[in-house]
Ligand binder design. Structure first.
Ligand SMILES: *[C@@H]1O[C@H](CO)[C@@H](O)[C@H](O)[C@H]1NC(C)=O
Ligand SMILES: *[C@@H]1O[C@H](CO)[C@@H](O)[C@H](O)[C@H]1NC(C)=O
Ligand SMILES: *[C@@H]1O[C@H](CO)[C@@H](O)[C@H](O)[C@H]1NC(C)=O
Ligand SMILES: *[C@@H]1O[C@H](CO)[C@@H](O)[C@H](O)[C@H]1NC(C)=O
Ligand SMILES: *[C@@H]1O[C@H](CO)[C@@H](O)[C@H](O)[C@H]1NC(C)=O
Length: 587
């Protein structure tokens, strides 16, 4: 009796040991679910103080984990902020910061995008054996030279599975939701058209009165020019939707143009299926919500239910989706071994007001400005991290942190070394989250408005002050407004900004609303503080290399030969629907 038993023990011990090892290992290599909202303001979630917008599922992340109260987007605009998030680097380092007016990609068929030389956390995690997926919005480019190279596609940047929108959600993607181009179209097309029309009418009138003889060919040419302009304008508006608003599954177009019907349900069910498929292996799931960028949308169950119109409905449906994903993590038993992160790519878009005057932008709480500028409202975003047993529940961290910090945090936890051939600007969040370090590693953070360095933040090690020095601030218009209403986003250079020399200085620890600049009279150490911050900015600028500009004119224009179009459709109609209408997760 004794011998066989001990033999069993002998064979069992290594197994038990192995299981314990595997368990310990698993704790070091958690799954990652990274949730990113679009244009959600820090004043929107309940856990950041909103009392009228219902976000119980997002709030539950804060209750069960850590809430960051000085979490900063590396840029106040979608494309650069997401580039920084994916790479852990300031967007200027990858050429993903615009030097012109256009700060995000607006055509699916333009050649700019996250360069192949950049390394995303998805690539490093995949190399560590993680299953990796991106569901939702990408907005970091698609093709380079031809419509089959997929050089900037998520599958070329470490994601093994992609289902979503390669470009971005826009008003123009939804029938009847208006156009983001209305101001640009007015400027670039309607004004020249009106001028030509007036010129034509004047010439015709003068000709009729016999005061001027306009040669017929000249008249015809002008007429032709006006017709061509009008045709191009109408063509642009008509074809924009199918050519830019489509869903893909991996490299295949599955719905063109995209339909908003049950869209949140479809993407959420797909996220749930991915989690179930990978319950036994480490996985990385990035859910990049289309909400709450315009066009706002919500399904039947949410439409008209919030107290904040279409915007509130969209937030509440997104919150529902967060809850569904958390439920699946619980269901398959991985919730305790999964680090969940929730954030927004930048602050709320305060200039978003619909044609009928409904407010379509969110709330930045007490903070000034919003999307597109470096006031706190543009860059201070929600930041929640949940990992039961590792991150204490209810933890609140007021230290400066960045969305670039996710890169080193996730990469190290997955057991991968950080790339050593480039500067990584993000810092590991785990010492703060575990409580082993009280201070953020970010003594300085740099705030960019597209390509241009607009402000520096300094959290001195030996003080509780958080200094922010602006080199320039946007000129809000109309004056006194909290944004740039004529252009929809504030621009970052030239006559659109006010330069400050010496820099405009605030102590955010005392004045988080950035209302009263610190002056040499109110702060005796003014010169010393500003000098320290200017030196830090100079040192930082010296580390930024010249790289190809992904926002050059050639890289942002529409290139017909890069256009992605459903194979089954004919010509420019580009229509198909092969989306699974399945909104239930199949098991
Ligand atoms: C598209 O570009 C890729 C990479 O540059 C090349 O390998 C491929 O042959 C090209 N395809 C076509 C159809 O030109
Ligand atoms: C949306 O999903 C529900 C439930 O799955 C279904 O009953 C409904 O028909 C779907 N609506 C559309 C427009 O597909
Ligand atoms: C809550 O969010 C709504 C929608 O963004 C906003 O209108 C409202 O002002 C917010 N409330 C607070 C207290 O920030
Ligand atoms: C998950 O972790 C929490 C907190 O450490 C613990 O109370 C709970 O029992 C754990 N659940 C499971 C299923 O292990
Ligand atoms: C903090 O340290 C700096 C030098 O590193 C010094 O100039 C400054 O006076 C110190 N501030 C305080 C409040 O002690």
């Amino acid at each position: 009796m004794v011998a066989p038993q001990s033999r069993t023990m002998k064979t069992l011990w290594p197994l038990l040991f192995f299981l314990a090892e595997a368990h310990g290992h698993a704790a070091l290599r958690p799954n990652f679910v990274l949730l990113m909202a679009d244009d959600l303001g820090i004043g929107d979630p309940g856990c950041y103080g909103n009392k009228t917008l219902r976000t119980p599922n997002i709030d539950a992340l804060a209750d069960a984990g850590a809430k960051l109260t000085q979490h900063l987007a590396a840029s106040p605009l979608c494309t650069p902020s997401r580039a920084a998030f994916m790479t852990g680097r300031y967007p200027v380092r990858s050429g993903m910061a615009s030097q012109s007016r256009v700060g995000v990609f607006i055509f699916s068929a333009s050649s700019g995008g996250l360069p192949a030389s950049e390394t995303t956390f998805a690539t490093l995690l995949r190399n560590q054996g993680y299953s990796t997926a991106l569901i939702g919005k990408w907005h970091l480019g698609l093709h380079c030279d031809n419509s089959s190279d997929f050089c900037h596609h998520p599958l070329s940047h470490g994601f093994e599975y992609f289902h979503g929108l390669p470009l971005t959600n826009l008003r123009d993607c939804k029938a009847g939701a208006g156009s983001v181009f209305s101001s640009a179209v007015r400027l670039l097309a309607l004004v020249p058209l009106q001028v030509t029309a007036v010129a034509l009418a004047t010439l015709a009138a003068l000709g009729r009165l016999g005061l001027l003889r306009v040669p017929r060919p000249v008249f015809a040419c002008l007429l032709l020019l006006a017709a061509a302009g009008l045709g191009a304008l109408l063509g642009f508006l008509h074809f924009f939707r199918p050519l830019n608003c489509f869903l893909m599954t991996n490299r295949e177009v599955t719905q063109q143009p995209l339909s908003y019907d049950n869209l949140t349900q479809r993407l959420t069910a797909d996220a749930a299926r991915f989690i179930r498929r990978n319950a036994d292996a480490p996985f990385l799931l990035v859910v990049s919500y289309l909400q709450v960028h315009t066009a706002l949308f919500s399904s039947k169950d949410f439409a008209g239910k919030s107290r904040h119109g279409a915007y509130g409905d969209a937030v509440e449906e997104m919150d529902w989706s967060v809850g569904q994903i958390m439920r699946v993590l619980q269901d398959v038993g991985v919730a305790n071994n999964t680090l969940v992160y929730f954030t927004s790519d930048q602050g709320a878009h305060v200039e978003e007001v619909s044609a009928t005057g409904e407010i379509h932008g969110g709330s930045n709480g007490i903070y000034k400005g919003g999307k597109g500028n470096s006031w706190e409202g543009g860059i201070r975003v929600p930041g929640l991290l949940r990992w039961p047993g590792v991150i204490p529940a209810g933890l609140q961290i007021g230290e400066p942190t960045s969305n670039m910090d996710v890169f080193p945090t996730v990469v190290k936890l997955a057991g991968s070394p950080l790339p050593d051939d480039r500067i990584i600007d993000g810092r590991d969040l785990m010492p703060l989250l575990r409580g082993t370090s009280p201070r953020s590693e970010h003594e300085f953070l740099f705030h960019y408005c597209n390509f241009y360095l607009s402000a520096v933040r300094w959290a001195p090690r030996n003080s509780t002050s958080v200094w922010k020095a602006f080199f320039f601030t946007p000129k809000f218009s109309p004056p006194g407004a909290n944004g740039c209403f004529p252009t929809q986003v504030c621009l970052c250079y030239g006559r659109f900004v006010t330069r400050h020399d010496p820099p405009l200085l605030f102590d955010l620890s005392k004045d988080p609303r950035e209302r009263t600049p610190v002056t040499p009279t109110s702060e005796p150490r003014f010169q010393e503080i500003v000098a320290t911050m200017e030196r830090a900015a100079e040192r930082h600028v010296q580390t930024v290399r010249d790289v190809p500009d992904q926002f050059s004119l050639g890289n942002i224009l529409w290139k017909p030969w890069l256009q992605t179009c459903c194979p089954s459709s004919s010509g420019l109609s580009c229509q198909c629907d092969r989306e699974k209408q399945d909104t239930q997760e199949s098991r």
